[in-house]
Design a protein around this ligand. Sequence first.
Ligand SMILES: Nc1ncnc2c1ncn2[C@@H]1O[C@H](COP(=O)(O)OP(=O)(O)OP(=O)(O)O)[C@@H](O)[C@H]1O
Ligand SMILES: [Mg+2]
Length: 233
Amino acid sequence: METVIELKDVSKVYDLDAVKVNALDKVSLKITKGQFISIIGPSGSGKSTMLHMLGALDKPTSGKVFIDGQDLSKLSDDELARLRGEKIGFVFQFFNLYPTLTAVENVELPMIIEGVDNDVRRERSLELLKLVGLEDRAYHLPAQLSGGQRQRVAIARALSNKPSFILADEPTGNLDSKSGKELIDMLIKLNKQQKTTIIIITHDEYIASHAKRIVSIKDGRIFKDRTTHSNGG
Ligand SMILES: Nc1ncnc2c1ncn2[C@@H]1O[C@H](COP(=O)(O)OP(=O)(O)OP(=O)(O)O)[C@@H](O)[C@H]1O
Ligand SMILES: [Mg+2]
């Protein structure tokens, strides 16, 4: 199986004045193509820190991160930014949509940055909105959408550059349980139909029960890594 991301003995120490936090402690993890993984663990256990490492958003204090076989420690900040734009789709708890842009314009943003042609990007954005069930909301502003709909726009946007994988940090954290469930069902569908690799941090039992692999973190360490028999990818 093709490895998409690998953490090798990754540690992250946050050093703030007198307080030193070992947020990650020699974590090793291999994620293969097409997996649907959920990362669970108590508050402060290092989940978001780990996601930042997986997404090249921050650098480890020690250890190495590989994305598609590439050693991130060998890349410049510019190269890292390019890699993030090309390979990773991010979805965060707060939707991070631009309030003055319509749904379809929000989805187009990463493609504008990548220099994709006008017509191509509009067509692709509309297709993605259709995929997340929002074709009839393409010209709505974020404020004119429900929370669940906004989060689906964020997912369409995360998919716009055909990323190798999606990283999501508590994407259902601000949704009611029905919208949260719809969002997850959509991610499961994406994972199955498009074979998109999905890594999701969650406190949500429903998500965790649908992931095929569940990685549990405590005190900056992986203490359980199990593969389940659910229908996730
Ligand atoms: N930028 C930072 N500077 C200093 N300490 C930090 C920083 N970010 C996180 N920490 C500390 O590192 C530890 C891990 O934080 P992290 O955000 O990874 O936890 P988490 O598992 O995502 O928690 P939550 O479920 O509450 O989001 C925590 O003890 C936190 O206080
Ligand atoms: Mg967190």
